[in-house]
Design a protein around this ligand. Structure first.
Ligand code: IPE
Ligand code: IPE
Ligand code: MG
Length: 246
């Protein structure tokens, strides 16, 4: 089982997940409105998406808007959603060209219909991408996703309750086309050391890496450094080093 899990990681490449935090503080420190930080954060997304395949990353999950972020002032919420819409419009073609498959994970029913349509369009035209699976988490909350998956499980007449089955239902619960995949490396920028309801099931054995850098300042070199630190860590999955390596 363990060997198989490791084999999958080897075959599939790395799943890196990023809590892109610190946009607001980045802007405030410059005397700019918070939304300027979100705009600069979009540039950091472009840099990281472009660099990811060079570091063996095949799945990149970015936390763009949490279900709890609806609590923010509506001006900021709508500015964020507008930026997201603009990002998609500007980047979809580039994603097709570079083999990036885009998927949105989270709830869709509360998003503005034009954004939803843009999301569906981006997912459809990038569906053939093979170099990177880019998952953008929007209106996402891990606990609610787990609850929705559990609800689906309860609705099933029969069948064994396995991790694999649950992972499949969790994928469905967040509108993903694939079962939930374990995270190898979880990065949070902005200095806070918490998960803020991100990928709780999938991060069971993720390596956690917190950096004080604000997200808009995060670049290719920072990604290289975090991947370097990840590679230097020893993952044991509850077993012993020699068994995992052998
Ligand atoms: C992260 O930056 C982006 C979102 C949560 C949408 P923040 O907006 O949380 O920035 P800080 O944490 O206030 O600096
Ligand atoms: C987490 O950041 C959500 C995103 C980065 C999208 P928050 O800034 O919302 O998290 P808290 O409030 O500091 O925990
Ligand atoms: Mg924050």
């Amino acid at each position: 089982m363990l060997q198989r899990a490791l084999q999958i990681v080897e075959d599939e490449g790395l799943h890196v997940a990023i809590i892109m935090d610190g946009n607001g503080r980045w802007a405030e420190r410059r005397g700019l409105p918070r939304v300027a930080g979100h705009r600069a954060g979009g540039e950091a997304v472009r840099r990281v998406v472009e660099a990811a395949p060079d570091f063996g990353i095949t799945t990149l999950t970015l936390y763009a808007f949490s279900s709890d972020n609806w609590r923010r002032p509506s001006r900021e919420v709508w500015a964020l959603l507008r930026l997201l819409h603009r990002y998609l419009r500007a980047e979809t073609e580039k994603c097709v060209k570079h083999g990036v498959r885009v998927n949105f994970v989270g709830r869709r029913d509360r998003l503005p219909p034009p954004l939803r349509a843009e999301i569906e369009q981006a997912e459809a035209v990038t569906a053939g991408g093979r170099s990177l699976s880019l998952r953008i988490a929007v209106d996402y909350g891990a606990r609610d996703a787990i609850l929705r998956a559990a609800e689906k499980l309860r609705g099933e007449a029969a069948g064994e309750v396995t991790r694999e089955r649950f992972a499949a239902l969790l994928g469905e619960a967040i509108n993903d086309c694939l079962p939930a995949r374990d995270v190898d490396l979880l990065i949070r920028t902005g200095g806070e050391q918490r998960l803020s309801d991100f990928l709780l099931w999938e991060s069971a054995y993720a390596e956690l890496l917190f950096t004080a850098k604000m997200w808009p300042d995060f670049d290719r070199e920072d990604l290289a450094a975090t991947i370097g630190e990840f590679r230097a860590r020893e993952r044991r999955f509850g077993s012993l080093t020699q068994l995992v390596a052998g």
